[in-house]
Design a protein around this ligand. Sequence first.
Ligand code: XMP
Length: 319
Amino acid sequence: DWTMAAYRDEAIAKIRAQVGDKKVICGLSGGVDSSVAAVLIHEAIGDQLTCVFVDTGMMRLDEAEQVVTLFRDHYNIPLVAADESDLFLGELAGVTDPELKRKTIGRLFIDVFDKHAAEAGGADFLAQGTLYPDVIESVSFSGGPSVTIKSHHNVGGLPEHMKMQLVEPLRELFKDEVRALGRELGLPESFIGRHPFPGPGLAIRCPGEVTRAKLDTLRKADAIYLDQIRKHGLYDEIWQAFAVLLPVQTVGVMGDGRTYESVLALRAVTSVDGMTADYYPFPHEFLGETATRIIGEVKGVNRVVYDVTSKPPGTIEWE
Ligand code: XMP
């Protein structure tokens, strides 16, 4: 792609000009944006870059391992990977308000990131995979009132004490452009085609209090749902698909017994940039087969529902 090849060269030159011979720290989230930012910056400045991956405990099944394998083993990028799930879960105990969840995770994330960045020797610059829609949706709707719809913890700058300058090479790009750039940089298709994943992770897909048990249940169900989508060849037609574990229990029947377990909602949308979205019209057979698999394979779920709300008026995430 000519445009992206040119963009890549331009972005690399800009990064070199901004950073010089100084050190850069980049937080990896497991998503496309931070992955593309990291590989681009590594191309520009090599081992002046150190990546930090914080496992918040809010990641999807096997995601932490995949990040380590790709960046440390495949790209040979210096990487600090830290399991901080106990800390995050501890601080989230009793927190049910969606905005408070985001703020708690955002605050902890900065603290923990700061700690690991310092242990890695510190840096003068902080790299972020901020995209154009993140920038505008956090500030205002164009033409509308200046309101924050949901606080995105990866936007908004840094606390004063961190005193690092930001390197944000994707700030002018939309998601499809970031993917094109990732392909240009040779990132594996499994990372590039990956659906977007929110900073606060599975915490905002567990309405109500977040616990390790709920997250484990959600992870299993979510993995089966995505497996079904891949098996049916639908993954690339969908912008984002995920499961939400509801804080609602319903009565069911299994064998001779009555069950009283959680409801799981499935969400899948098509979108161009995440700003508006339509629910994905799965065939009924797909939904039926997926519900049967989830209820049969995941302990703690006895009912599955499908979300048919578009954005607006709904948002893509439930919180
Ligand atoms: P909503 O739910 O606002 O989501 O329709 C739009 C897109 O943004 C993602 N999202 C986030 N991404 N930090 C992120 O990096 C966040 O706090 C956050 N909240 C939502 C969401 O997954 C969707 O792709």
